[in-house]
Write a protein that binds this ligand. Structure first.
Ligand code: TXA
Ligand code: MG
Length: 333
């Protein structure tokens, strides 16, 4: 049985002691729920891969309460300091060389010489991290290849019985994973994953940041960035102007007449922030209800390509990508 802990002082204290003892606790951040384990204990980290049913290892992000704690485990450069100042705490992950004496287990870092670090903004997450006082490795708290959870109920749908507890801090406000920036070569900063901090926001501080040309280009640099991910059970059809009668519709913008028997509008007012926050719940809802209604696909209306639209489109492209035949979801973190 997985315990559901309230975001009270005693709930946070219980979560912290489970983590220190090498257990698994899912906790809310502003982006998505993470599946946390003490990053310095290899056995605890191994349990993450087991719980997610992930057949291969993959480097995980280490989470910290403060930039100072994060920068003890890596070698920060001037750009890292500027980005941390601008966006931490918040939905930005930095890839930097591991510091000599770094305490993160090789398993959490997948044996790489670099490490992904992040300081989340969610107050409950920060209180937890502060109490544990150790780096916490946390991938999104979903089964491998599936839709990321943005509330505690989603986590239990995915992982009930497989993890020790979920610390319920309510729905995630951003709703998309953090933006991942590789700063391991300070001359060539590179965006590995679009996310909660937009490209435009990054460019204000780092005008020369480079973008992978295609998602498959990103894969070698960021091992978890393989194509199929965020996959609902129903197939996904992108850039649909209109839905067929056997399709659920993921809509964006002012409602238009439709044949679709089931609709989830990401944002009737066309707000990309609202759309990001409602994306994963929308995919999950259309998938569950659509299957129950005998629908055969999820059709997705076009999303603008600027700001958070880039990260939303990235997740939708992955949801629509061809899937492995065996259904194990051996595709993504
Ligand atoms: O918002 C988030 O980032 C959430 C919350 C829980 O913090 N976490 C999350 O973790 O999305 P995960 O494991 O689902 O995604 C981590 C991404 C993967 O694409 C992984 O390949 C990449 O970060 N990554 C981790 N370490 C890396 C490294 N040393 N070099 C390159 N990419 C790395
Ligand atoms: Mg993930």
């Amino acid at each position: 049985m997985t315990r559901r802990l309230d975001a009270t002082e005693s709930g946070i204290a219980t979560a912290a002691s489970i983590l220190r003892a090498g257990g698994l606790v899912a906790f809310g951040t502003e982006t998505v729920y993470g599946l946390g384990a003490d990053a310095s204990q290899p056995q605890a980290v191994a349990r993450i891969f087991e719980a997610k049913n992930r057949p291969r290892f993959n480097p995980l992000i280490s989470h910290f309460a403060h930039a100072q704690a994060a920068f003890q485990q890596v070698v920060p450069n001037a750009l890292a300091h500027r980005l941390a100042q601008a966006f931490w705490p918040g939905p930005l992950t930095l890839i930097l060389p591991r510091a000599p004496g770094c305490c993160i287990s090789d398993l959490a870092a997948d044996g790489l010489s670099t490490l992904a670090v992040r300081v989340p903004a969610n107050a409950v997450a920060r209180a937890l991290l502060e109490q544990v006082d150790r780096p916490i490795a946390a991938p999104s708290a979903n089964r491998s290849g599936r839709i990321s959870p943005v509330d505690a109920t989603h986590v239990l749908e995915e992982l009930d019985g497989r993890i020790d507890a979920v610390l319920d801090s309510g729905p995630c406000t951003v709703g998309l994973e953090s933006t991942v920036v590789d700063l391991s070569d300070p001359q060539r900063p590179c965006l590995l994953r679009p996310g909660g901090i937009t490209l435009e926001e990054l460019q204000a501080i780092c005008p020369h940041i480079s973008l992978p040309q295609t998602t498959s280009d990103a894969a070698p640099h960021s091992p978890g960035r393989l194509i199929s991910h965020y996959a609902p059970h129903l197939p996904v059809r992108l850039d649909a102007l209109q839905a067929q009668p056997d399709e659920a519709l993921l809509a964006f913008g002012a409602p238009r007449p439709t044949n679709a028997p089931l609709v989830w509008n990401l944002s009737p007012t066309g707000s990309l922030e609202e759309a990001a926050a409602r994306l994963f719940t929308g995919l999950r809802t259309l998938d569950h209800k659509g299957q129950a209604m005998g629908l055969t696909r999820i059709a997705v209306q076009p999303i603008p390509h600027h700001g958070l639209g880039r990260a939303i489109q990235d997740r939708l492209n992955r949801a629509a990508a061809p899937r492995p035949q065996d259904g194990t979801g051996d595709t993504a973190p």
